[in-house]
Design a protein around this ligand. Structure first.
Ligand SMILES: C[S@@+](CC[C@H](N)C(=O)[O-])C[C@H]1O[C@@H](n2cnc3c(N)ncnc32)[C@H](O)[C@@H]1O
Length: 209
């Protein structure tokens, strides 16, 4: 059974609804977690940047209730909707949601997640549309002229944190060479999925030692 048939959450016009990219990343992370053993001594913490409706985080929480889940979103509407959605599916959840840019609400000194992931705004747009759009929904998908401006900003802050695995999405239509220039990280393609007119790509960023 596909993810979209298994599970649904409430949406709102201003919040990015679960879509092909959401299901692709959910499937990738769910497969990854089923292979990945939370070893003794690791934090057991999973952190999502840009939670939207909370769909991915809630799917993973339902499957792995013993892990600790944290989520951020720049949109207050996304954060309040995620809280509503998680209350419906997991009334006694202890997930923590925060309205913030990227990982800005966490202190790198005392927050070391095992896994960080981000389904970013990744659609190529003009620079003006990227920075000046008044529409909350446009801001959920506008990625600027390269399509990867939000990803590069995410990577700019990521190196301050100790983490084991970081994953993010992009599209085959983007200028992904901008991502590869990050010398602090080794960036590797992990999975790819063809959808209408493009391929979604899941990358892993590993700190270079
Ligand atoms: C493509 S949507 C993905 C939503 C959800 N994770 C999903 O897969 O359905 C991108 C999300 O990232 C959020 N976002 C955009 N820029 C952000 C930033 N700088 N920090 C945190 N969240 C951000 C948007 O508000 C939006 O909810």
């Amino acid at each position: 059974m596909k993810w979209r048939e298994k599970f649904s959450v409430r949406s709102k016009p201003e919040v990015y609804p679960p879509s092909e990219d959401t299901w692709f990343l959910t499937e990738f992370l769910s497969d990854f977690l089923s292979r990945y053993k939370i070893e003794k001594g690791l934090s057991g913490i999973i952190c999502e940047v840009g939670i939207g409706t909370g769909y991915i985080l809630i799917c993973l929480y339902l499957a792995y209730p013993y892990l600790r889940f944290f989520g951020t979103d720049i949109s207050p509407m996304a954060v309040s909707l995620s809280i509503e959605n998680i209350k419906e599916w997991i009334p006694d959840s202890n997930a923590y949601f925060c309205c913030a840019r990227y990982l800005d609400c966490f202190n790198p000194q005392n927050f070391s997640p095992d896994i960080i992931y981000f389904n970013p705004p990744y659609v190529r747009t003009s620079f003006d549309e990227y920075i000046q759009s008044d529409s909350p929904i446009v801001r959920t998908w506008a990625g600027g002229p390269s399509g990867v401006i939000p990803v590069t900003k995410f990577l700019d802050g990521l190196h301050r944190f100790k983490f084991k695995y970081a994953f993010f999405l992009s599209s085959s239509l983007n200028d992904n060479s901008d991502i590869m220039r990050y010398t602090q990280f080794h960036i590797v393609e992990m999975a790819r999925k063809k959808i209408e007119g493009e391929q979604l790509i899941c990358y892993q960023a590993t700190p270079r030692s």
